[in-house]
Design a protein around this ligand. Structure first.
Ligand SMILES: Nc1ncnc2c1ncn2[C@@H]1O[C@H](COP(=O)(O)OP(=O)(O)OP(=O)(O)O)[C@@H](O)[C@H]1O
Length: 250
């Protein structure tokens, strides 16, 4: 088994004549929390779309746990253990918080078990849903329609559903976008606890979130990696400061 969760080799992506990802090499070891940062339009979301299978690569290869996944559909990549959350919330607003979680678990399991098999597993499904509810701090909101949760709680639920299926590689796209300071603090501690032991790859603009969560930071500028290192060295990196962080990191 490979110790590398996500591996990108010479990955390129063009839209028409414009090359957006210009030869990215990146290895993310299992269990690492890894952040991708870079100026607007650097290609961060495009990179996520390539890894999760939403777009095909123009050239190069992407492997998940040592197995090539380039060319697979998003649901096939998901089945192999990679789960992704989106900037937009994708919960079911009229279903209760509990039902949303249960649905997330059911959806993930549906790939592996038949309907009859599932009926026999109702009890364990309910128990797992309850445990996840507690881990997300949403126990008291259990029976509320998810649409009535606060924005931060909805994002917490979203993160919970993303990891519900037991995926060991999790992609989070701007998990704290639109949150207040206190909501962000809550989200960071939640993400830290629910991704324990998993590989996390996130795109995020909030520097406090990045420096608070990431073991390693990769800086993408115009579709190229200009640095990939531990936070302290990224902060001190002159090229990074010039290209992106500016005085923010000083
Ligand atoms: N489907 C697409 N078709 C054509 N161009 C695209 C497509 N998706 C992204 N792009 C272009 O690729 C470039 C990079 O966009 P991307 O969203 O990946 O950047 P980003 O680093 O995530 O930016 P931001 O920080 O603003 O979210 C942009 O110039 C964008 O217009």
């Amino acid at each position: 088994m490979s110790d590398v969760a996500i591996s990108l080799k010479s990955v390129r992506k063009s839209f028409g004549a414009t090359e957006i990802i210009r030869g990215v090499d990146l290895d993310i070891p299992k269990g690492q929390r890894h952040a991708i940062i870079g100026p607007n339009g650097a290609g961060k979301t495009t990179l996520f779309n390539l890894i999760s299978g939403r777009f095909p690569v123009t050239s190069g290869t992407i492997a998940l746990n040592g197995t090539p996944i380039s060319g697979l559909a998003p649901h096939e990549i998901n089945r192999r253990g990679l789960s992704r959350s989106f900037q937009i919330t994708s919960i079911f607003p009229r279903m209760t918080v509990f039902e949303n979680i249960r649905c997330g678990l059911l959806w993930a399991r549906g790939y592996r078990y038949s309907f009859w098999h599932l009926l026999g597993r109702q009890k364990s499904l309910n128990e797992q849903s309850e445990r996840l509810l507690e881990r997300l701090n949403l126990g008291a909101r259990r029976n509320l329609p998810a649409g009535l949760l606060s924005y931060a709680e909805q994002r917490a639920l979203e993160v919970g559903i993303t990891i519900a299926g037991g995926a060991d590689v999790v992609l989070l796209d701007e998990p704290t976008a639109g949150m207040s300071h206190s909501e962000t603090d809550y989200a960071v501690s939640l993400i830290r606890s629910v991704t324990e032991g998993k590989t996390l790859l996130m795109v995020e603009h909030d520097m406090s979130v990045i420096f608070g969560l990431a073991d390693v930071i990769t800086v993408l500028v115009y579709g190229e990696v200009i640095a990939s290192d531990v936070p302290s060295r990224i902060r001190a990196n002159k090229a990074v400061q010039e290209a992106y962080l500016g005085t923010e990191a000083a």
